[in-house]
Design a protein around this ligand. Structure first.
Ligand SMILES: [Zn+2]
Length: 359
């Protein structure tokens, strides 16, 4: 992998990750861009103990541009985009309309491929590995920023999820605090460790799931299952079998195996609803999904009694908001009002379906 860092016309950082070590990236951003004024502000909710990022400047952001105006395609001729070069393998850059900025963290965009019409599931093993390496590198770099406590790599796929750009891409949010979900996990981890005289809760969950009926796939270095209390209609958790706190600690064997495992999961996701509406296989709209990497926060874990960073287990949570081919799961009264999820698809049935659609 070769890494080339450059600056866009308005000063934002852009990094090319290339498969070939002899790649030269010297194209200059020719757009007359002015520096964007970012006004994001973190407000803490004293009753709930969580936080809201208020980012008013985001209202003016690019919304569903036509394909020939895509800002994530490479620059070609007079079509000047966010990526100055005429081709790329994987590229990461600072979001022009960040939800988090300055003292409030940082937001980056990760373009998985220069092919506008592809999706992550279409990538080659080599390209998917390059994305993994880019996520890992960004996790390391962002963790060095004084304002950053937690790094979250994720992909939203599909208009149903609210994706405003069709080009295959994901995002990285670097938060200045430990996020509420991670806080809940760390609390459970601490309680279990203290109650059992030192057992790791992630290890216990993985052991229990691997012995049960919700396994989706396993390989030498990875295990994927639908969790016992899945919140979403189809939800898979993917763990490296050797527990590590973050992407940086993932060993070479697990990294090498990751593309085949993850690409297979994404391809299965796209086949979940095939044939359900009486249509022929492959005619169903691509499954909308969210893929979310959970990593240990950086810095001391004060307040989580006896828990250390290495107790956390890196894992990916992949889920769709689609229930059946024509219906979406909305976060309505119980979910939005009380944080109690109602799941219409039994997790055992979801796991069975995800095994049925194996390649
Ligand atoms: Zn594009």
């Amino acid at each position: 992998m070769k890494k080339t860092s450059t600056r866009l016309a308005d000063g934002r950082e852009l990094i090319y990750y290339d498969l070939r070590d002899d790649t030269v990236r010297d194209a200059v951003d020719r757009r007359p861009l002015e520096r964007t004024v970012t006004t994001s502000e973190i407000r803490h909710d004293v009753l709930l103990g969580d936080a809201v990022a208020v980012a008013s400047h985001r209202q003016g952001r690019t919304y569903h541009p036509p394909a020939d105006e895509c800002p994530l395609c490479p620059t070609r001729g007079d079509h000047l985009t966010e990526i100055p070069d005429s081709a790329y393998d994987v590229v990461v850059f600072e979001n022009r309309f960040p939800s988090l900025a300055g003292d409030s963290g940082r937001c980056e965009v990760v373009c998985f491929t220069s092919d506008h019409n592809a999706s992550f599931a279409d990538l080659t093993d080599e390209q998917a590995r390059l994305v993994l390496d880019a996520w890992t590198d960004r996790t390391g770099e962002l963790s060095q920023l004084p304002s950053v406590t937690q790094v979250f790599c994720f992909e939203n796929r599909g208009e149903e999820i609210g994706v405003t750009l069709g080009h295959p891409h994901g995002q990285i949010y670097a938060y200045p605090f430990v996020t509420p979900r991670t806080t809940l996990m760390l609390r459970s981890l601490a309680a279990h460790k203290n109650a059992t005289g030192g057992e790791n809760l992630f290890d216990a969950v993985l052991r229990r799931e691997l012995a049960g009926e919700r396994v989706v796939l396993t390989t030498d270095h990875w295990a994927a299952f639908v969790p016992y209390a899945a919140h979403w209609p189809y939800e898979v958790h993917l763990y490296p079998r050797r527990r590590v706190p973050d992407l940086l600690a993932l060993d070479e064997a697990a990294r090498t195996e990751f593309p085949q495992v993850y690409l297979e999961l994404l391809r299965r996701f796209d086949r979940i609803f095939d044939g359900e509406d009486g249509q022929s296989t492959g005619s169903t709209r691509p499954t909308p999904y969210i893929a979310a990497w959970h990593q240990a926060p950086f810095g001391a874990l004060d307040g989580f009694h006896g828990v250390v960073r290495d107790d956390f287990a890196l894992h990916l949570e992949l889920f769709t908001i689609r229930r059946t081919s024509g219906k979406l799961k909305f976060l309505a009264g119980s979910e939005s009002g009380m944080s109690v999820f109602i799941n219409d698809v039994p997790p055992e049935r979801a796991a069975e379906r995800l095994r049925e659609v194996a390649s």
